[in-house]
Write a protein that binds this ligand. Structure first.
Ligand SMILES: [Zn+2]
Length: 232
């Protein structure tokens, strides 16, 4: 950020201070997601320490994952929902960057994500990315990369068309339906490597499963999954 925009942000914060979305009370220091009280109350998981967790268990028998982790539990009420809403729909990119930094630190300390060679964000259709201004998975991936120094590969998975409605489809149909909108490019870049696929939230897991089905075709050494929030 250059000096002028820093001043403008400071000025804006003086006139319209950002209020913590957790307590709706405390003023947020610049660039922070929550006040200290609320940050300490976020429902962090133990997934980076415990290999057999609910995310990896969700894919048992479907995708042979090396490791899987979400940072926080998602509930339909509360701080995580509010902050993810800001990230997805209100342009608050700092949410993804901050969670990315936390995940980056956790990767470095975790016994399950060692020797990771590349981070791959779940792609967004280019029309949607244009409207939103960013792909939230890419923002999260870049945050992870800043701390862990693991490179982000932006051109391995692409989304070529938009999703059809998933309503009324069973699990297999959902994965098949989602899978047809993604494409694997430059598979040689990930052959023999340990890759981490990242997304903002895991809900049904159909998107992640469909992306893994494609990535496996490139014969990576191992695939892991990391999401910010866990809604399963
Ligand atoms: Zn607060």
């Amino acid at each position: 950020m250059n000096l002028i925009s820093t001043y403008i942000t400071d000025l804006k914060n003086v006139m319209f201070p950002d209020i913590c979305p957790g307590c709706n009370e405390n003023v947020l220091p610049r660039g922070r997601l929550f006040c200290t009280d609320c940050l300490l109350e976020l429902p962090f998981t133990d997934h980076f320490d415990v290999k057999e967790n609910r995310v990896i268990a969700h894919f048992y028998g479907r995708i042979p994952l090396r490791a899987a982790a979400s940072l926080v539990y998602f509930s339909s009420h509360g701080n995580v929902q509010e902050v993810m809403h800001r990230f997805k729909y209100k342009g608050h990119k700092n949410v993804g960057i901050t969670f990315g930094h936390i995940a980056g630190e956790k990767i470095l300390l975790s016994p399950h994500f060692y020797d990771t060679n590349a981070i791959i964000p779940v792609p967004l259709h280019k029309d949607k990315e244009y409207i939103r201004g960013y792909n939230q998975s890419t923002v999260f991936a870049n945050g992870i990369s800043e701390i862990s120094k693991i490179p982000v590969y932006h051109d391995v998975l692409v989304k070529t068309s938009k999703n059809e409605s998933q309503t009324g489809k069973n699990r297999m149909e959902r994965v098949k339906n989602v899978g047809s909108v993604y494409e694997l490019r430059h598979p040689e870049k990930i052959t023999g490597k340990n890759i981490v696929l990242v997304d903002d939230v895991i809900t049904t897991g159909a998107t992640l499963e469909a992306c893994c089905d494609l990535l496996i075709q490139a014969k990576p050494a191992g695939i892991s999954i990391i999401t910010i929030a866990c809604a399963i």
